[in-house]
Design a binder for this molecule. Structure first.
Ligand code: NAD
Length: 496
């Protein structure tokens, strides 16, 4: 049984509930994880609260040095973290290593915290009066993360929160708890004081205890839209600052002048990488004008060549999906695409992976002639299923994308700067790629979608992350000379 990480040590859970952690390539149980209860959460909050004053008062430079050491340890253990992510999630080792690297880049960003926390100063805002602002830590922050990026998504949150002087409780997905617990050990090895970072795997019960706890000041969430909405509403009701990132349906618009080979290659990686279980995966292609036939032919040929298998095997392009339940849900979506009249170009339902008969595999599936009323277009599938819709003009493509409830990422493939510029201006989506299929912003920019893909005001990491994890205080100062008059007045002070 896995242990929790509270106050700098592995801690036995008080919960009577647990779940199985399964290797999705084999279907075998690899470990048991406790589902933290309210007593566990109480202990984690107590540890994080006790650690807060000391950590807040540690200089930003010293915090930065500990974070830099943590980054070095993450680099040293990148392969180990990738192996844990691949084992519990199913993605290929190479893909897992890439996602760990993207997480490490957030830690690298957070190590610049002395510079990032500088406030503003203005001299003589009134006669003899100066004003400056400070960004101050908030207290105990909590993060709730999904199964699909076991290391990277937690690293969107806790390094920035902790760099800002807060303490943190991470509730990772119960399906992939091991990376988070290993990162907690590495952070301690880097010199992080006990209690600053705590990890409590669990499910809704643990989440609800965090949401209701009066000492938890902020909630960061990444997961599906219905849960994001629930988190946002509940946390706000309890008076907490909240950012809740939800699901996605990301469109790639392909213009008639796009380079077909380049575009098809880019879309293949974006649609089927990580078995489509990325929040920035391309799940819809909007083919404009006469490009569709050539594009679909290339996607079909490439999809038929993809090697599906266990993520730790050499030469494998695409691993399994997370669970038997999720595989069956994806299969039902494919059934519905066929039933509702989409053209089935490749069909991943019958796939068999020799030696891994218990694994949760779905082959790369491609539908053409999909229409906006079909279930496979409207709903997030979160699997290796790509839908091609055909439209006549860029305007129709933009209208289609803007009519979708989700608005996480999108991309346009074109040789025209004019079309690209119009797209970036008019599209109502949080992250846009121009000939870039998965426009995940670098750590020093911020990550987040719009509409049903994000509830809250601030995106993750980058300066929005720093803003989310700090409170601004403005200080107005006067040092009166003996000769200054200080006649009391009831008139609103103007300082001029
Ligand atoms: P999920 O919503 O089922 O779970 C996310 C987290 O919430 C987990 O820690 C889980 O334990 C917890 N949870 C689940 N149900 C809950 C409930 N009823 N009440 C309280 N907490 C609950 O998501 P998932 O299946 O782990 O991840 C896949 C989803 O995450 C997809 O929809 C994907 O698009 C989304 N995602 C979004 C982003 C983004 O940046 N927008 C990034 C990654 C994943």
């Amino acid at each position: 049984m896995i242990k929790l990480w509270i106050n700098g040590q592995r801690t036995q859970s008080h919960s009577t509930r647990s779940a199985e952690v399964i290797n999705p390539a084999t279907g075998c149980v690899i470990r048991q994880v406790p589902l933290a209860d309210s007593t566990d959460i109480e202990l984690a909050v107590a540890a994080a609260s006790a650690a807060f004053p000391g950590w807040r008062d540690t200089t930003a430079l010293r915090r930065s040095r500990i974070i830099s050491r943590f980054r070095e340890l993450l680099e040293l253990h990148r392969a180990e973290l990738a192996q844990l992510a691949s084992e519990e999630h199913g993605k290929t080792l190479e893909d897992a290593a890439g996602s760990v690297q993207r997480g490490i880049e957030v830690v690298e960003f957070a190590s610049g915290i002395p510079h990032l926390l500088k406030g503003e100063h203005a001299e003589n805002v009134g006669r003899g009066v100066d004003c400056h602002s400070m960004l101050q830590a908030i207290g105990v922050c909590a993060g709730i993360t999904p199964f699909n990026f076991p290391a990277m998504v937690p690293m969107w949150m806790f390094p920035v929160a902790i760099a800002c002087g807060n303490t943190f409780i991470l509730k990772p997905s119960e399906k992939v708890p091991s990376c988070s617990l290993r990162m907690a050990e590495l952070f301690k090895e880097a010199g992080l004081p006990d209690g600053v970072f705590n990890v409590v795997p669990g499910d809704k019960a643990a989440v609800d205890a965090l949401l209701a706890h009066p000492l938890v000041r902020t909630i960061s969430f990444v997961g599906s839209t219905p849960v994001a909405q629930y988190i946002y509403q509940t946390a706000a009701r309890y008076g907490k600052r909240v950012q809740a990132l939800g699901g996605a349906k990301n469109h790639a618009v392909v213009m008639p002048d796009a380079d077909l080979d380049f575009t098809a290659d880019a879309i293949m990686g974006a649609a089927y990488g990580s078995a489509g279980e990325r929040c920035m995966a391309i799940s819809v292609v909007v083919a404009v004008g006469d490009i569709a036939d050539g594009l679909v032919a290339r996607l079909k040929a490439a999809a038929e060549k993809l090697v599906v298998g266990a993520g730790d095997q050499k030469g494998v392009d695409m691993g399994p999906v997370i669970s038997a339940l999720h595989r069956d849900k994806i299969m039902a979506y494919i059934d519905s695409g066929v039933a509702q009249g989409a053209t089935r170009v490749t069909d991943g339902r019958g796939i068999k992976v020799s030696g891994y008969e218990g694994g949760y595999f779905v082959g790369p599936t491609l539908f053409d002639d999909v229409t906006p009323d079909m279930t496979i277009y409207r709903e997030e599938i979160f699997g290796p299923v790509l839908a091609v819709l055909r439209v006549a003009t860029l305007e129709a493509a933009i209208t289609l994308v803007n009519s979708n409830a989700y608005a996480n990422g999108t991309a346009i493939f074109t040789a025209s700067g004019t079309d690209a510029r119009r797209f970036q201006n008019e599209i109502e989506v949080g992250m846009v790629g121009i000939n870039v299929p998965i426009p995940v912003p670098m750590a020093f920019f911020s990550f987040g979608g719009w509409k049903s893909s994000l509830f809250g005001d601030l995106h993750m990491h980058g300066m929005e992350g720093v803003k989310f994890y700090t409170r601004t205080k403005a200080v107005t100062t006067r040092w009166p000379e003996a000769s200054d008059s200080n006649a009391s007045t009831l008139v609103m002070p103007t300082m001029s």
